[in-house]
Write a protein that binds this ligand. Structure first.
Ligand SMILES: [Zn+2]
Length: 380
């Protein structure tokens, strides 16, 4: 056993793989001290049960009934995980995790084979504990194979993070009589009140004033909010002042070169693409980015359909960029360029509180559309 452990330790990195004849194929870890993801690759579907959720003795124990483990697997940790062991019990597999810091299970879900991955994946996300975890109310059992929606009960209100681009000493693009940072913030405020009026959303803003908020801070805000949706509001610019119209960006495939080409004119995006947040290691990204990308694209389509009622669209209105590298990989994210601040008509519309309010009402409708669709999918 000592030798096995030593071997396991020697082969560490992001992941420790052990291909066994049982139905646990491998266990992988990714993330950082804020959020750590554990992925159990399974040969078949499984139901998980939490025996310990991390709130006691910094230990998490998950039982996978009916799942075989051919030989004990173990490995050193990453992020919030100090070390882990996967072994067999009478009824199935047992994963024991010793935590490196106070943390609890934030969510877990089962991903069926999809998007080129041929096996099931049981995903557990650990997050730093806030003391809110209630040991008397253990997390419910995960359902049978489901779409990658959150396995724990959804909060009553959906959490929407609104990111007003730029701010403070970073004005963003400049129009004739306004700066991008100001119209972004005004639009963000309008959207916030539209969403809050509905009573259905909890809104988190990355900034509420004309202040500079570093990208890393925006990322943290979005991650800590446990967002269901992230929308970043910007205004476009171009040397050709006749170009106008709104457009939306969603996550591109991990093709840095192509992304960089699209983003070069917007510093925010460029930084986003180059940032390479280690908290969103490739392993995490691979796992859910396709599903997230699909959901982001779905939201972008709703968004453009609704924005179209109030503002002309740029001809190629749905574009792709590296936005989601910023976020937890299962948070759908869209960046809306509300129009060209360098175009006089667009700038006038962006500056007009009435027109801006109408456009944000449209964005709010699109958010309603999106969650209505997600609910339909989840209840299918
Ligand atoms: Zn911008």
């Amino acid at each position: 056993m000592v030798f096995v452990a030593a071997l396991a330790l020697a082969s560490l990195g992001l992941a420790q793989a052990a291909y066994a004849a049982g139905s646990v194929l491998k266990v992988r870890l990714g993330g950082d001290r804020t959020e750590t993801r554990i992925v159990i690759d399974l040969a078949k579907s499984a139901t998980g049960k939490v025996a310990e959720d991390g709130s006691v003795d910094r230990r998490v124990v998950l039982l996978l009934d009916g799942v075989g483990v051919n030989a004990d697997l173990q490995g050193a940790g990453q992020g919030l995980v100090k070390n882990w062991v996967m072994d067999s019990t009478m009824s199935g597999a047992r994963l024991r995790i010793d935590l490196a810091a106070d943390a609890v299970i934030k969510r877990r879900f089962l991903l069926p084979p999809a998007d080129g991955v041929s096996n099931y994946r049981y995903v557990i996300d650990l997050g730093t504990g806030t003391g809110k975890a209630n040991p008397a109310r253990p997390v419910q059992l995960v359902a049978e194979p489901v779409l990658p929606t959150r396995a724990i009960p959804l909060p009553l209100k959906r959490v929407v993070v609104i990111d007003a681009g730029h701010g403070g000493h970073d004005p963003g693009a400049r129009g004739v009589s306004s700066n991008e940072k100001d119209v972004n913030l005004a639009a963000a405020r309008a959207l916030k009140s539209r969403l809050e009026r509905s009573g259905r959303y909890k809104v988190v803003m990355t900034r509420e004033e004309d202040v500079y908020v570093p990208l890393e801070t925006r990322v943290r805000i979005a991650q800590r909010a446990d967002a269901d949706l992230f929308i970043s509001l910007h205004a476009d610019s171009g040397a050709d002042t006749s170009i106008r119209g709104a457009s939306a960006y969603t996550l591109a495939d991990r093709a840095a070169g192509r992304t960089a080409k699209f983003v070069s004119k917007d510093d925010w995006f460029t930084k986003a693409s180059l940032h390479g947040d280690t908290g969103v290691a490739n392993i995490l990204f691979d796992l859910t980015q396709r599903a997230t990308k699909n959901r982001s694209a779905s939201f972008a389509e709703f968004l453009l359909a609704r924005v179209d009622d109030h503002q002309p669209l740029l001809r190629r209105s749905h574009r792709e960029a590296g936005l989601a590298v910023l976020l937890a990989p299962d948070v759908p994210a869209v960046l809306l360029e509300m129009g060209f601040i360098t175009n006089l008509d667009d700038e006038a519309a962006l500056r007009d509180p009435g027109k801006r309010g109408q456009m944000m009402a449209g964005v709010g409708d699109a958010i309603d559309d999106y969650f209505a669709q997600q609910t339909r999918i989840a209840s299918r």
